[in-house]
Design a protein around this ligand. Structure first.
Ligand code: THU
Length: 134
């Protein structure tokens, strides 16, 4: 699976974004170890905190279907769906990534022209995990 293919899936997922409040559309495509791809979009709500990011939509779809082995996620976003800059995952999404993924999990971003790839270690250094609960 190459990065561009995963980005294309994320762009497709962005079309379903339900974001009447922010108008900021986000799409994500999550690649599993078995090759399956789960897509997700952001889904907002009139009661703002009830909304969810595209990345977590994709993760929770996968986990709810029994998939917890993840290789990479592509994320794109922009005002009214215009991709003009990298859409970095929010802090809560980074925390969800770290619950299921190792430090080499890949985050693939696209700003409309170039691709940026980061590891989870780069995106969330010094994270809090289950090992801290002991
Ligand atoms: N959003 C995401 O879907 N993913 C992120 O990582 C950042 C923000 C969404 C949430 C909200 O619907 C909109 O973008 C504006 O914050």
């Amino acid at each position: 699976m190459n990065s561009k293919k995963l980005i294309d899936e994320a762009i497709k997922a962005m079309e379903n974004s339900y974001s009447p409040y922010s108008r900021f559309k986000v799409g994500a495509a999550l690649l599993c170890g078995n090759g399956r791809i789960y897509s997700g979009c952001n889904i907002e709500n009139a009661a703002f905190p009830a909304g969810i990011c595209a990345e977590r939509t994709a993760f929770f779809k996968a986990v709810s279907e029994g998939n917890t082995d993840f290789k990479a996620i592509a994320v794109v976003g922009g005002n009214s769906g215009n991709i003009k800059s990298f859409c970095y995952p929010c802090g809560i999404c980074r925390q969800v990534f770290s619950e299921f993924c190792g430090s080499d999990f890949k985050i693939i971003l696209f700003d409309g022209e170039s691709i940026k790839e980061l590891s989870l270690k780069e995106l969330l250094p010094f994270g809090f995990g289950s090992e801290n609960l002991c």
